[in-house]
Design a protein around this ligand. Structure first.
Ligand code: KPL
Length: 319
């Protein structure tokens, strides 16, 4: 069984496809209302032309609000978690899980958050858990409480330990990795996930705040020289921060940002989606983290700082 925590766009996509390919999935939602709707309607994944790609009826799914975690798991050890909440939801997840976390059987957690800082927070709070930091370029857009559009197929990179594999890691390969592949996800194991996370951080730091401020789709960033100029500014500042920290970067990263905009041209970035839904954004874990890294290294990232403050200043409600 795989426990998927978070039923946003990626959570619904992964839960729907895993369940439809025969994996036993438990999906944990933030609200009781969403859990009830999924139990009633099932999960539907549409392709980008609006056709139904996957439908899992509600009676084939186990779904519950996260608040029920302790009641439902007080006697069992949870083995595999796909953590798919946003950065802002991670502390609440830990608060619900830790009181019944079992130490005799290690729990493996694939962490799929945007930005940086969450891995350290989870490790501090739950040292016994085995963490697999991950980044994905799957494009998904939630349509309703129980449905999602798979807007663009991407690649999911999962961090793999440099040192010798432990029994937990072998079980991961045999079970979680195989289940993800069987569900049709393009997944690879990476010994350089930290670098992958910095690359994704930069992609998000360039695309997300600009689309959120201008309220435009990802593809619209490419259609105007002023927008491209701002993207380049954010990119160059980010690279300067990485250089100051000795973080390896590649000249191809700029082209990758362009490619992501093209591949997800019709998408709202997650930050724009949050702003439109008046939810807290991940700007502090993305641009805010870059600004803090800049300060630590004695350089500046003024464009990231301004965008961070502008978006924080929208005073969106807490998760
Ligand atoms: O990860 C994304 C996000 O919106 O958070 C990108 C890659 C920008 C796709 O929209």
């Amino acid at each position: 069984m795989i426990d998927i925590i978070g039923a946003g766009s990626l959570g619904l996509l992964f839960a729907g496809r895993l369940a439809s390919s025969g994996t036993e999935v438990r999906l944990w939602t933030r609200t009781l209302e969403q859990a009830r709707m999924i139990a009633c309607e099932g999960i539907t994944v549409f392709d980008k032309k609006g056709r139904t790609a996957v439908h899992v009826p509600g009676d084939r799914l186990q779904v519950a609000p996260l608040a029920d975690w302790q009641r439902l798991n007080s006697h069992t050890a949870v083995q595999w978690i796909l953590l798919m909440t946003k950065q802002g939801g991670v502390d609440e997840v830990l608060k619900q899980i830790l009181p019944v976390a079992k130490t005799e059987r290690a729990t493996g957690i694939v962490c799929l958050q945007n930005g940086i800082g969450h891995i350290e927070r989870i490790r501090r709070a739950w040292p016994e858990a085995v963490l697999y930091p991950a980044v994905t370029t799957e494009g998904a857009k939630r349509q309703g409480a129980a449905s999602v559009v798979h807007a663009g197929a991407g690649i999911t990179e999962i961090g793999w330990p440099e040192e010798q594999e432990k029994a937990q890691d072998r079980n991961f390969k045999q079970y979680v990795l195989n289940r993800l592949l069987a569900a049709g996800f393009d997944v690879c194991l990476s010994k350089e996930i930290e670098n992958g996370m910095y690359r994704k951080l930069l992609i998000n730091a360039v695309i997300n705040p600009l689309t959120a401020i201008w309220r435009i789709r990802n593809g619209e960033l490419l259609s105007d020289p002023v927008r491209l100029h701002m993207m380049r500014k954010l990119y160059d500042e980010g690279i300067q921060v990485y250089e100051a920290h000795g973080i390896h970067w590649e000249s191809g990263w700029w082209d990758q940002i362009m490619n992501v905009c093209q591949a997800t041209a019709e998408n709202h970035s997650s930050m724009l989606a949050d702003v439109l839904a008046q939810s807290m954004t991940e700007v502090a874990s993305i641009n805010g983290q870059l600004v803090q890294m800049a300060e630590l290294a004695g350089v500046t990232a003024p464009t990231h700082e301004v965008l961070w403050q502008l978006i924080e200043g929208m005073r969106l409600k807490e998760e």
